[in-house]
Ligand binder design. Structure first.
Ligand SMILES: CSC[C@H]1O[C@H](OP(=O)(O)O)[C@H](O)[C@@H]1O
Length: 348
């Protein structure tokens, strides 16, 4: 499979190459960045987006942000690193992978404390590349576990984009679709547009169409009719943060799809790497939901579609209660209820 890696380093390892996802599906443009501010901006503006992809970009971003540090003591370098970490952590609050990746980079820095600063910088580069490589391996395993739950010719519904460009290239929710396509499963995928930023129509439909997978775009309010008409055999979505009790924060609208799936007795699967599971967050009530600019609602794609002077509410995510989730598929296996017990087990 010819994968698209949304965030990677250039050959010289002094710039990050990002697929600018705000321009899809009409333009495929890669941008080169090396400044911390540009990484922050790319994450904030969803040029790079999707929990695992954000984690990969954060790893590369903080390495690029400190690699030319003039500090000549560990303490001074550590202080600079922590300022960079705090800054990147302020870009978006919900996807735990951002914080997971930054914490992992800090842990590596502390682990190499006794080495020279040059050696420490090399270690940070190595850690950032490990984050990318390991996510690719995790997504491949998630795809295999996910496909084990599906059958040829199934109708699948997905919400937002949890594909290759939301991860390190192989995808989470879309991963089993890619793997099934390679095995001629003949899936028919229904992709919710996913207002307001339309990651489903702009990104998921683009990704799947690029490799020849049968995809139909529907408006978010059409999920019920396609389920009622028997077109959907399973729902597969990604995740941005899984709480310890199995509540899942994912793109706004996901919880509604989950409730519909329950009503129509359709399995609802959440797919994501263990780097998206946050055992420190007890329940979905404790997850910080990002609120975004109202313009995304009334002028997201250049046309005014509501009186700008009225009030708007633009939460970028919602929380699906664990009771609506059939299984959470990770690289370590398929986790089923009771999630509070079984999520803990995969970390033992
Ligand atoms: C593979 S995680 C993808 C996950 O991230 C998306 O959010 P955003 O596009 O705002 O970064 C969405 O929740 C997807 O399910």
């Amino acid at each position: 499979m010819n994968i698209i890696v949304p965030a990677k380093l250039n050959e010289a390892k002094d710039k990050m190459i990002l697929l600018d996802q705000t321009l899809l599906p009409t333009e495929t443009r890669y941008i080169e960045i090396d400044k911390l501010e540009d990484t922050w901006d790319a994450i904030k503006k969803l040029r790079v987006r999707g929990a695992p992809a954000i984690g990969v970009a954060a790893g590369f971003g903080i390495y690029l942000g400190v690699k030319d540090s003039k500090a000549n003591t560990y303490d001074d370098f550590y202080e600079e690193f922590m300022e960079a970490k705090k800054y990147l952590a302020s870009s978006r609050p919900t996807a735990v992978n951002l914080f997971w990746a930054l914490n992992r980079m800090e842990d590596r820095l502390v682990k190499e404390k006794e080495k020279s600063l040059d050696e420490i910088k090399k270690s940070l580069l190595e850690e950032s590349e490990d984050i990318l490589r390991e996510d690719q391996e995790m997504c491949k395993k998630i795809s295999e576990y996910g496909l084990s739950l599906l059958k040829p010719n199934m109708g699948l519904l997905t919400h937002c984009n949890a594909g290759g460009i939301a991860t390190s290239g192989y995808g989470t929710a879309l991963g089993p679709m890619y793997l099934g396509h390679e095995k001629s499963y003949g899936f028919k995928v229904f992709s919710d547009e996913t207002r307001p930023l339309n990651q489903g129509s702009r990104l998921t439909a683009w990704e799947l169409n690029e490799v020849g997978i049968d995809v139909t775009v529907i408006c978010d309010d059409m999920a019920s009719i396609v389920m009622k008409q028997g077109k959907i055999d399973a729902v597969l979505v990604g995740c941005d943060r899984v709480a310890a009790n199995g509540d899942v924060a994912n793109k706004i609208g996901t919880s509604g799809v989950a409730i519909l799936a329950k009503e129509y007795n359709i399995p609802f699967y959440v797919l994501g790497p263990t780097s998206t599971i946050d055992m420190e967050t007890a329940t979905g009530d404790d997850i910080n939901i990002e609120l975004r600019d109202s313009k995304e609602i009334y002028n997201g794609f250049g046309k005014i579609t509501a009186p700008p002077e009225v009030k708007f509410y633009n939460p970028a995510f919602d929380v699906t209660d664990h009771k609506y989730i059939t299984a959470i598929i990770t690289e370590k296996g398929i986790v089923k209820p009771p999630y509070d017990e079984n999520l803990r087990k995969i970390f033992q």
